[in-house]
Every structure is written in structure tokens, then in C-alpha cells.
Design a binder for this molecule. Structure first.
Ligand SMILES: *Cc1c(COP(=O)(O)O)cnc(C)c1O
Length: 391
């Protein structure tokens, strides 16, 4: 009987250049982003310049996590306690957490069969709720019809912030994911597309939002040391009107991220080779279904989702796990590890019964695709899953 032996949580090593730069920083001790000697530009500042250029955004702010990127962006966009924030009912827990942390009140929107935010429900709630913010989570990298979302937001005067934790490097109709809304939030936590353990990035073309984000990230009055930042006059206008929420990225992590950025597009191609191998194998199994992805979407296959039409999903997962294949399920009544369903976010208070989301999640299985797997590994994984289902 075939068994898969590799761990689903093992990432690749940091590139040699990143390790070398990290060693230099450890040796000179200047880990704090504002701790530089004359003539030196901090690694965090260089990262902001590099990432803004990669993203095609005017401004970039490096922060400690994707969750902090979302909190800071919301705050910098003007979200105040009590403001409603539209967001996907299917996402990871840091998303409602970030909205809650700034005092926002999430208005959860259904998802469709393809794990996108449901655009009809979004349009209906955009007008019914009166919300002025949308935290669009591009959960697991599935990009919805961005033209329609942009129109809905324009029609209702809604400020959109994109959670691009799973779409770093992806695009829709040739526009990079993250360049549709007012700001975009990225994560460089270990399981995302670049790995610094923890870390986050905000990008925007809006000078005032960027300046507020810099101050709120914890710049004190050292904002002049930031990369890809707005001009002095913008800071002058807002600098006393933005709280310091202390979420700066340090130079060590910035060095790790910078060393990975030049390889990101190659890594994306490698992810998609693996994703396609998994997709082809899984589509051959009659009890599983994988929706076709939209032609306009250049996605990053760093994880794969499929619907399992089997009588007992926990038993199916246990049988796969016994053969080394680690599948997650978003339909469980109680949250496990990284997965949780919206009705377990009890701190939000009572939520509507989102039947469509629950029904989609009831069959939603999820698998991580680490780059330490080869294409052959992916084929082996689908053989095992086919075997488990067939037996
Ligand atoms: C990981 C993740 C986040 C949060 O990123 P952290 O860096 O872990 O705070 C936000 N949204 C989604 C969809 C994520 O997967």
C-alpha cells in the first residue's frame, strides 16, 4: 500500500543571500529598523521599496503580520469603532479578528461554490447594511470578478481593502491582486508565499492612507526613514492624528523577505506545476469536484481546495492521514488548527445563519502545497486519495 512520507508543513530554506544578510545583521546587532549608521539604509526600508516596485504600488509599509497589516489599513482608511465592515464569511480567523480589533463590526457575506465572496449577497448587503468598508479576503487565492466588486464598491461609496495573504503575486485580467482596492494586505508568515516566520506588508497608492499606516505601524517621528513613502507635507498634515500601534517589521525579517522576492515569480510557476498535477489527479476521482477557475485569474496554487462528496468526511480525512496525506476540512462544527467556520467566532455576537456558506464548507477539503513536494509527490498524493475513496 502506498504511503506518503513528506510533511505538509515543511518549507524550503531561505535563499543563501538572505541567510548571509541575516548573519550580517545579527553580527552588527542593528535589528531595529531605525537603528542605522550614517549612510546605511535599513533592510526594512529597502524591502518597502522593493515590494512597492514588485506590486506596482506607490507606497508600501512593512509590518509585523498580515493581521496587523489589515488592522492598520482599516484604521488608516478611517474605520472607526462601530463602523460596519463587509467581509467574507469564509476566511481565516485573523480577518474578523482585525476588524474586531479596530472596533469594526463585521457584516459577513456568503461565499459561492467556488469559494469566492458571493457577489449577489455582497451587492444586497452593500445597500442593506450601509457599510462603508469592505475587507475582501481573497481566501485561498480564489479571485472573484474584480470588475464587478469594484463597481459595487463605487456604487455604494465603499472603501475596499484587499486581504492578499494568498494572492501575493497573483493577478486578475492582468492587474496584480491588491491593486483594485484602496489598500492591500500581505503576510509573510511561514505558510504564505514568502517566509519570514512572521511579517506583513501594506501597499497603497493613497498618500494619506500610506502616511497614516506608517505612523500607526509605530514609526514615532522617524517616518522619514521609510521606503516607498509619501512626501513630508502629507506626514505634516496627519502625523498628530494617527496612533502609534507598534507593529514595525525588523531588519532581520526584512532581509529574509528581500532575498525571496526576486524568486517569487519562479516560485509561483513551481507552485502552479504542483497545483495542476494535484488538480488533474483529483479531477479523475468521481467523488471529488474541483470548480474550473476563471480564465482571467492568474492564481498561485499554494494550496488546493476540492469538494468531497463522501458520506463521512472526518473518516475520509483520517484514512488519508493514516497514509500520510494531510487534508483539512472547513466544515467541522468546532475549529481545528488553522480552520474555523464563521459561527465559531462567538466574540462577534450572534450572526445570521449563512446557509449557503455552511453548505459549501460542508464538503470543502483543503490541502497545503509546499514547494518541498515534487510534481511526482503530488501525483502520488492523488493516487493515495483515489485509493482511500475507492476502498
Ligand atoms: C494568514 C492569513 C492572514 C493573516 O496573516 P498573519 O500574518 O498570519 O497575521 C490573513 N488572511 C488570510 C486569508 C490568511 O491566510
Amino acid at each position: 500500500m502506498e504511503r506518503f512520507e513528506k510533511p505538509f508543513t515543511q518549507q524550503e530554506p531561505i535563499p543563501e543571500e538572505g541567510i548571509a544578510r541575516a548573519m550580517e545583521i545579527l553580527q552588527n546587532g542593528r535589528l531595529h529598523r531605525y537603528n542605522v549608521v550614517e549612510g546605511e539604509t535599513a533592510e526594512a526600508t529597502l524591502l518597502e521599496e522593493d515590494y512597492a516596485a514588485y506590486q506596482g504600488a506607490k507606497y508600501c509599509v512593512a509590518v509585523t503580520s498580515g493581521g496587523q497589516a489589515m488592522q492598520i489599513s482599516l484604521r488608516a482608511a478611517g474605520c472607526k469603532p462601530g463602523d460596519k465592515v463587509l467581509t467574507n464569511a469564509y476566511t481565516l480567523a485573523p480577518v474578523p479578528g482585525a476588524i474586531h480589533a479596530v472596533g469594526g463590526v463585521p457584516v459577513l457575506i456568503e461565499i459561492d461554490q467556488n469559494w469566492h465572496i458571493d457577489l449577489d449577497h455582497l451587492a444586497a448587503q452593500a445597500s442593506a447594511s450601509g457599510a462603508k468598508f469592505l475587507m475582501l479576503s481573497l481566501m485561498r487565492g480564489h479571485i472573484p470578478d474584480m470588475e464587478r466588486i469594484t463597481r459595487i464598491c463605487q456604487d455604494h461609496g465603499i472603501t475596499m481593502i484587499e486581504d492578499c495573504a494568498h494572492t501575493m503575486g497573483a493577478s486578475w485580467h492582468g492587474t496584480r491582486s491588491g491593486n483594485f482596492g484602496k489598500a492591500a494586505c500581505f503576510s509573510t508568515q511561514t505558510y504564505k508565499h514568502m517566509n519570514s516566520g512572521e511579517g506583513g506588508l501594506i501597499t497603497t497608492d493613497d498618500a494619506e492612507l500610506a502616511a497614516r499606516a506608517v505612523i500607526t505601524s509605530g514609526s514615532y517621528m522617524l517616518y522619514g526613514a521609510h521606503g516607498a513613502r509619501p512626501d513630508e507635507a502629507t506626514f505634516e498634515r496627519i502625523k498628530l492624528d494617527a496612533p502609534n500601534c507598534s507593529a514595525r517589521l525588523d531588519n532581520l525579517r526584512a532581509a529574509l523577505i528581500r532575498s525571496q522576492l526576486p524568486h517569487l515569480d519562479d516560485q509561483i510557476a513551481r507552485w502552479n506545476d504542483r497545483y495542476r498535477a494535484l488538480g488533474a489527479g483529483l479531477r479523475d476521482i468521481p467523488q471529488l469536484s474541483l470548480p474550473k477557475r476563471a480564465q482571467h485569474e492568474a492564481y498561485v496554487g499554494s494550496s488546493i481546495q476540492f469538494h468531497a462528496h463522501v458520506p463521512d468526511i472526518p473518516a475520509f480525512m483520517a484514512d488519508c492521514a493514516a497514509r500520510g496525506v494531510d487534508i483539512k476540512w472547513f466544515g467541522a462544527d468546532t475549529p481545528k488548527a488553522f480552520t474555523s467556520r464563521y459561527d465559531s467566532w462567538e466574540y462577534l455576537g450572534p450572526q445570521p445563519d449563512l446557509k449557503q456558506t455552511k453548505s459549501v464548507l460542508a464538503t470543502t477539503c483543503d490541502m497545503r502545497v509546499p514547494l518541498t513536494f515534487s510534481v511526482e509527490d503530488c501525483q502520488k498524493i492523488t493516487r493515495i486519495i483515489g485509493d482511500v475513496i475507492g476502498s
